[in-house]
Design a binder for this molecule. Structure first.
Ligand code: UD1
Ligand code: CA
Length: 502
């Protein structure tokens, strides 16, 4: 493969991406090209490949569910212009619609489909290069596939391409041809316009087939070439949800291979999913059942998983995240999270801090070295450095109307099962006694105790639970004779004790 890039050759005049079809087989309220693979819509993958060519014009032909597609394109591909194909009369008509927004265009026009998400920009570059080097007027991207059913077949005339015949129009002999039309082409603009003007719908589907431009061109004596792509998986399209899953799995496999080659250990590629746009450093380890989504990044030496989903999360070097679901959170270097943690947006876990088992956080800044180890809700919280939040602590941030923030200072200690009723501020170097419901601020060096004082009622078991095993145990511990009411371990004395025992 030549190292020369298209950027060094003249730019292509336009890329036209066909995306107006109904996508009936998806059976979806969402436009087919908006379905996602590896976190991105099919159409954005197609636009990416097209943009690799740096075309002067990038046209997306829209029609069916066009409002959805246009709104999405405005977000992900503002450089694209759209052309309306009001009625979907076939791929030839789609390209006619595309050309209608490119009046007087000359040069090379590349045509691709919105439903071929694995196609790479480099493949388009090589196709354009072959087209120019061979002096073709049309060049078709083809592949030899194990099962050509459903695709258009390439009918050759020696090295050149004579025509393309659709599955539904093909003879038995033609159906045996294993070389298929990928639906990706480079055309000379003038010849394309001429060819499209010549199209007729006299075929099995009653459509205007773009593929008939090939027969038009070769019939008129123009050179039509083909480039066979060995990596035929790139040419596979998505017409239904089965193919969506298959193409999605292949795209994922390719992304995983990229990251493994870049120094990431992926223990179980079959259950690891990495979205496009995720960034991983060397020596990251991903354990089984891990999904990294959105703009997630993971620093050197960190270990993620098993059973973890991170969406737009930044993980620092050497951090550990086990059985966790996290979104829009930052986990700093050396921090540990999980197992069974739920980090919601606005969570920042500081350096070497710990968020442990069954902890939920939201808009929570947890300072360096602080620990929230067990069974805690930590919402709208600012925790300093080196603090310890005891098991079962609740930051009660919501009074039913508004949410308020509470703070815990450096090296402070909140005892287990405390409720911090926001907004409260616990200063640096303060303690909260276990089981406290804290409604007022706590100053530096203070211990807050906010709970009922303990009282012990002597002889209660003997009076109210006489004859029970508890009573017998108490008597034994106290060195007293067993209960006068019989000393049995099963018979219960008073009726209230029977109720209580149920
Ligand atoms: C097409 C090719 C076939 C090729 C296959 C590769 C034709 C006639 N056939 O078949 O040779 O093997 O692609 O995947 O071109 N579209 C429009 N407007 C329309 C019709 C289609 O924009 O009126 C768009 C679709 O949204 C889709 C693309 O064109 O993105 C291809 O259309 P589709 O109906 O999927 O064509 P295939 O039958 O797959
Ligand atoms: Ca198709």
């Amino acid at each position: 493969m030549s190292e020369q890039t298209v950027a060094e050759s003249p730019r292509v005049a336009a890329v036209v991406i066909m995306a107006a079809g109904a996508g009936t087989r998806m059976k979806s309220a969402t436009a087919k090209v908006l379905h996602k693979l590896s976190g991105r819509s099919m159409i954005s993958w197609a636009v990416d490949a097209a943009s690799f060519l740096d075309p002067e014009h990038l046209v997306v032909v829209v029609g069916h569910q066009r409002e959805q597609v246009e709104a999405h394109l405005a977000e992900v591909a503002p450089q694209a212009i759209t052309a309306l194909q009001a009625e979907q009369r076939g791929t030839g008509d789609a390209v006619r619609a595309g050309l209608s927004v490119l009046p007087g265009i000359t040069g090379d026009v590349v045509v691709t489909s919105g439903d071929v998400p694995l196609l790479e920009g480099a493949t388009l570059r090589d196709l354009v290069q072959a087209h120019r080097e061979e002096g073709n007027r049309v060049t078709v991207l083809t592949a030899v596939v194990p099962d050509p059913t459903g695709y258009g077949r390439i009918v050759r005339d020696g090295d050149a391409v004579a025509r393309i015949v659709e599955q539904k129009d093909a003879s038995d002999a033609e159906r045996d041809i294993a070389e298929i039309n990928a639906g990706i082409y480079v055309f000379d603009a003038g010849l394309l316009a001429e060819g499209i003007a010549s199209l007729q719908a006299g075929n099995a589907q009653g459509e205007l087939y773009l593929t008939d431009v090939i027969a038009y061109a070769s019939g008129a004596g123009h050179r039509v070439g083909a480039r066979v792509l060995a990596d035929y998986l790139q040419t596979e399209g998505v017409n239904d949800r089965i193919q969506l899953a298959e193409r999605g799995a292949e795209l994922n496999r390719r992304l995983l291979r990229h990251w493994m080659a870049a120094g990431v250990t992926i223990v179980d590629p079959a259950t690891t999913w990495i979205h496009d746009g995720v960034d991983l450093a060397e020596d990251v380890t991903l354990l089984p059942n891990t999904s990294l989504e959105g703009a997630t990044s993971v620093g050197r030496g960190a270990c993620i998983g098993p059973d973890t989903t991170l969406v737009d999360v930044e993980v620092g070097e050497g951090a550990t995240v086990v059985r966790t679901h996290a979104e829009l959170a930052v986990i700093a270097d050396g921090a540990t999270v999980g197992p069974f943690a739920y980090l919601r947006p606005g969570t920042e876990v500081g350096e070497k801090a710990k968020v442990g088992a069954f902890v939920e956080t939201k808009k929570a800044v947890i300072g360096a070295g602080s620990k929230v180890p067990h069974l805690t809700y930590c919402g709208d919280a600012e925790i300093g450095e080196g603090a310890n939040i005891g098991a079962g602590t609740i930051f009660a941030n919501y009074d039913g109307v508004t949410k308020n923030t509470s703070t815990v200072g450096n090296h402070s200690f909140v005892g287990s099962d405390s409720v911090l009723v926001a907004p409260v501020h616990i200063a640096d170097g303060a303690y909260v006694a276990a089981g406290s419901t804290v409604t007022g601020d706590v100053g530096p060096g203070e211990l807050a105790v906010a709970r009922g004082k303990q009282r012990n009622i002597a002889g209660w078991v003997a009076r109210r639970r006489a004859g029970t095993a508890t009573d017998a145990a108490a008597r034994a511990a106290l060195g007293e004779p067993s209960s006068p009411s019989g000393g049995g371990t099963t018979s219960l004395g008073a009726p209230d004790a029977q109720e209580a025992a149920q």
